[in-house]
Ligand binder design. Structure first.
Ligand code: FA5
Ligand code: MG
Length: 381
């Protein structure tokens, strides 16, 4: 792959600050910016000369110490390679400047604003879970394909790298939580393409309703929860993207009924971004919620971030190419006597496919200036 890039620089003045999420994101982190797992903020991962990460011998996740030898073993019940172990400590979702971290915070904002901080947030739960948590607790049948060694990373016969954040539903319900969001890295032995990667991030949402909440509506609990779920997620999509083409698809999950998936039109295709549904009564009953109804969803954070930041390929989230990581840099920042703040940014333009010509770069630069001017309400120099 040839990668060419070019640097351009421009300065703008800001007159007003905007309150919409996308505008604020653009101000901090525009659509051409990415940061990667190997940013300078990452103290635990130092890069070797050959550009590869050394395989760490131990890490600590959610207060749990994990040694490499605990996760990668030469044993027939273990199928975790070093390449996967090395992703375990990355925690992209906990980096506030990374697209995944920015997206997580934007989703938090939506829930805090619309549900007056009622949702409890978890982003530090250990990705090593039991087969019971990952499958049994959410009613995945014993012969379901997702349990196979071909689909899931097994540490041993009873322990897996979670393949979805739904693995935490039951324990959180048992702990008495009725409104919660769980964000974390999840692992699947999927083959890689532009929208699939064996490590990615999900955010689980879960909301329990008590009978008084739906009885007044005249609907049965399930219809009430299904309607509320769709409204909640459509509102989230509008909060994140504004106008975007999306559609609901009927789906199947062992843990919800009815179940749905949401697709967004992106790069001339429909892309599935989340799964959701009305929680099976058995899960609620097994975990201390006797007369309630609930909804749940699992968002694919990379896919949503691809739409939000125009990121064409999921592999880019893991890029360690510095030309990629330092594409936009604030190189000057001052406020003059009249109170106008001036920012000067340096942007590196580069294509994944070919060398860019000056004309192509000028055109990109023109578009960036135009968008910055209209969306951020600033004066360009
Ligand atoms: C689940 O994982 C369910 N646990 C979601 C759920 C939760 C349903 C609660 C109902 C209630 P699914 O396997 O479809 O569902 O994955 C959810 C999302 O993760 C997908 O819509 C997609 O956006 C993302 N996803 C799945 N596989 C990959 C992958 N290999 N790479 C990147 N994103 C992926
Ligand atoms: Mg799916």
């Amino acid at each position: 792959m040839t990668m060419a890039m070019s640097i351009a620089q421009f300065t703008f003045f800001s007159r007003a600050t905007s309150s919409s999420f996308l505008n604020r994101t653009n101000a901090r982190f525009n659509r051409f910016t990415f940061s990667t797992p190997f940013s300078t903020a990452d103290a635990t991962c130092t890069r070797k000369k050959n550009g590869r990460l050394p395989v760490l011998s131990a890490l600590e996740l959610g207060g749990v110490k994990i040694a490499r030898d605990d996760v990668v073993r030469d044993d027939p019940t273990n199928n975790v390679p070093d390449s996967i172990f090395s992703k375990l400590g990355m925690q992209l979702h906990k980096r506030n400047q990374h697209p995944i971290g920015i997206l997580k915070n934007a989703i938090y904002e939506y829930f805090d604003a619309n549900y007056s901080n009622k949702f409890d947030k978890f982003d530090d739960l250990c990705p090593l879970v039991s087969v019971k948590q990952n499958f049994d607790d959410v009613l995945v049948p014993a012969d379901h394909i997702s349990r196979s060694y071909n689909d899931t990373y097994y540490v041993d016969s009873q322990t897996v790298l979670r393949c979805h954040t739904s693995a935490h539903q039951a324990e959180l319900l048992r702990d008495g939580h009725t409104h919660f969001l769980v964000t974390g890295d999840v692992y699947r032995r999927d083959s890689i393409d532009s929208t699939h990667y064996p490590v990615f991030h999900q955010m689980e949402g879960f909301r329990v309703f008590s009978p008084e909440e739906w009885e007044a509506s005249g609907l049965d609990g399930t219809s009430y929860a299904a309607g509320d779920l769709k409204k909640c997620l459509e509102g989230l999509a509008r909060h994140l993207f504004g106008a975007v083409e999306m559609r609901w698809i009927d789906a199947y999950f062992p843990f919800t009924n009815p179940s749905f998936e949401l697709e967004i039109y992106f790069q001339e295709k429909w892309m599935e971004v989340l799964g959701c549904g009305v929680t099976e009564q058995e899960i609620l009953r097994n975990n201390g919620q006797l007369d309630s109804v609930a909804w749940a969803f699992g968002l694919g954070l990379e896919r949503l971030a691809m739409v939000l930041f125009d990121i064409p390929d999921i592999r880019l989230f893991w890029s360690n190419d510095e030309r990629f990581t330092s594409q936009v840099q604030l190189i000057d920042n001052f406020t003059n006597k009249k109170g106008m703040t001036s920012h000067c940014y340096r942007i590196a333009y580069r294509s994944m496919e070919c060398s860019l010509t000056d004309e192509e770069i000028n055109e990109l630069q023109r578009k960036v200036r135009e968008q910055v001017e209209t969306k951020l309400n600033v004066e360009l120099r």
